[in-house]
Design a protein around this ligand. Structure first.
Ligand SMILES: Nc1ncnc2c1ncn2[C@@H]1O[C@H](COP(=O)(O)OP(=O)(O)OP(=O)(O)O)[C@@H](O)[C@H]1O
Ligand SMILES: [Mg+2]
Length: 251
């Protein structure tokens, strides 16, 4: 997806291997300006958390990167990206296995191949034994794992995760952050992770982009140069969380 409305970016951009470049982007819905002057980059394999107040255009930004909508101005260049939407989007009439396999069906696999490929990941995601369960029979944490697996199976170099854990209780959320970190260690991707949770951003990301209230733009980026795995009780994690919260308050 490439949307050049104003002057195209001058520097050469190699997006083949999974990069994302958003430069000077504006997007309005009628009179509501969701985004204005957004600059954001993700290098191949980088996990960038996007944090900002409700309504500042985070979901809109992911839609632009995934090519589901076009910017009014500015440049969006991204390697092929898969979206995990803010609501899990699982189809209630399909089993967990078929929901996960859906991404492979869309990519052209036969039903049997899609199921086999999806099932290959079920154990690693703690879903073994729940292949035939409908989404209504799964816990919230399990539904999120199925939805994430479906996103991963799309086989795209970029993953756009829109508040994947927002609906989970604190304990389940902590576990979910753990499996996401492990999954990315196994299968590195470029990730844009939208979250309200500054601690989650510091635990999972290489960089945290802080957005202003609407019209949203990235006002500050904080590097998280900490070794993995990270624990919420690590002093460095606590310090960075406080720094990001202070910056967000000042934004
Ligand atoms: N399809 C749409 N039509 C009209 N307005 C929209 C549409 N999508 C988003 N908006 C508006 O654009 C603004 C940004 O919405 P968006 O969903 O991107 O924000 P967000 O940062 O993801 O919010 P939240 O944190 O609550 O999920 C909001 O004011 C919203 O009402
Ligand atoms: Mg949103």
């Amino acid at each position: 997806m490439q949307t050049d409305v104003e002057a195209p970016a001058t520097e050469p951009l190699d997006i083949q291997d999974g990069a994302v470049v958003v430069a000077g982007v504006r997007k309005a819905y009628g009179p509501v300006v969701a985004l204005d002057g957004v600059d954001l980059r993700a290098a191949p394999g980088e996990v960038v958390a996007v944090v900002g107040p409700s309504g500042c255009g985070k979901s809109t930004l992911l839609e632009l990167v995934c090519g589901l909508a076009a910017a009014d101005a500015g440049t969006v260049r991204a390697a092929p990206a898969a979206l995990m939407p803010q609501r899990d989007g699982l189809l209630p009439w399909l089993s967990a296995l078929d929901n996960a396999a859906l991404a492979r069906r869309v990519a052209g696999d036969s039903k049997a191949t899609a199921r086999t490929r999806a099932h290959g990941h079920f154990a690693a995601f703690g879903l073994e034994g729940f292949e035939r369960a409908r989404p209504s029979e799964l816990s919230g944490g399990m539904r999120q794992r199925v939805a994430f697996l479906r996103t991963l199976l799309a086989g795209r170099p970029v993953l756009c995760l829109d508040e994947p854990f927002a609906a989970l209780d604190a304990l389940t959320r902590g576990q979910a952050q753990g499996w996401l970190a492990e999954a990315l260690a196994r299968e590195p991707r470029t990730v844009l992770l939208v979250t309200h949770d500054v601690e989650e951003a510091v635990l999972l990301a290489d960089r945290v982009a802080l957005m202003s209230a609407r019209p949203g733009r990235v006002v500050r980026t904080i590097d998280v140069a900490l070794p993995r795995p990270r624990a919420r009780t690590d002093l460095a994690v606590v310090e960075l969380r406080e720094r990001a919260l202070a910056a967000l308050g000042a934004a």
